[in-house]
Ligand binder design. Structure first.
Ligand code: RET
Length: 237
């Protein structure tokens, strides 16, 4: 299943290298962490960037890409993005939920909405008529908005019960997540997937790469930066 990859491979290789470096950095920082609760953050974050690193590698080498015929047009679809996101976005939300001290029901709802969002987004990418693609995009975006609503409501309320530095780290990561995640459906719609032909594949790939690196490596660096804050986040209450 190897399809020739166009000039956008530049961005896919930068993504591969960036995710790999991020993974190595988190592994390096996580060595010597003995507290099992603290290890959870490292394990989750290391999985996020390593999954992304291999999926970027799959895209850069032409494995993670296919063609979808929409009307009389053949769209280049990087399916490996969705394979990445279906695992990594729930893990990122799990990181944030553990930081907030969320209960099981809250975590399950957030992760469920997230998998629903990526699942329906994947159908959008493979749908074969422009109106059905847009309809699935709308369903997926609806799930994203519900998820963010939950993040701002229930999860933020839980996080307020944490010590002030944990609550403040939660606030920073939550705002970063909201700002970045809202851009994904926009890039998708303006890019080749949206079939409006506004953003060419080359620039769309660059945009997703910058978003992915910020949402995974940037997010991880901020989360794992302060060991003392994480210590308080995992201390028994
Ligand atoms: C799609 C298209 C359909 C509509 C929506 C989407 C949302 C995707 C999101 C992805 C987040 C990815 C992250 C990756 C980390 O590196 C599937 C693009 C709503 C929110 C955070």
């Amino acid at each position: 299943m190897a399809t020739p990859v166009g000039p956008e491979s530049l961005w896919l290789w930068i993504g591969t290298i960036g995710m790999t470096l991020g993974t190595l950095y988190f592994i390096g920082r996580g060595r010597g962490v003995r507290d099992p609760k603290m290890q959870e953050f490292y394990i989750i974050t290391i999985f996020v960037t390593s999954i992304a690193a291999v999926m970027y590698f799959a895209m850069a080498t032409g494995f993670g890409v296919t063609e979808v015929t929409v009307g009389d047009e053949a769209l280049t679809i990087y399916w490996a993005r969705y394979a990445d996101w279906i695992f990594t976005t729930p893990l990122l939300l799990l990181d944030l939920s553990l930081l907030a001290g969320a209960d099981r029901n809250t975590i399950a709802t957030l992760l469920g909405l997230d998998v629903f969002m990526i699942g329906t987004g994947t159908i959008a990418a493979f749908a074969t008529t422009p109106p059905t693609r847009i309809a699935w995009w709308g369903i997926s975006t609806g799930a994203l908005l519900a998820l963010l609503y939950f993040l701002v409501g229930t999860l933020s309320k839980t996080a307020r019960n944490r010590t002030s530095d944990v609550a403040s780290l939660f606030g920073t990561l939550r705002n970063l997540l909201i700002a970045l995640w809202l851009l994904y459906p926009v890039v998708w719609l303006l890019g080749t997937e949206g079939t409006f032909g506004i953003l060419p594949l080359y620039w769309e790939t660059a945009a997703f790469m910058i978003l992915d690196l910020s949402a995974k490596v940037g997010f991880g660096v901020l989360l794992l930066r302060s060991r003392s804050v994480l210590e308080r986040a995992t201390a028994p209450t």
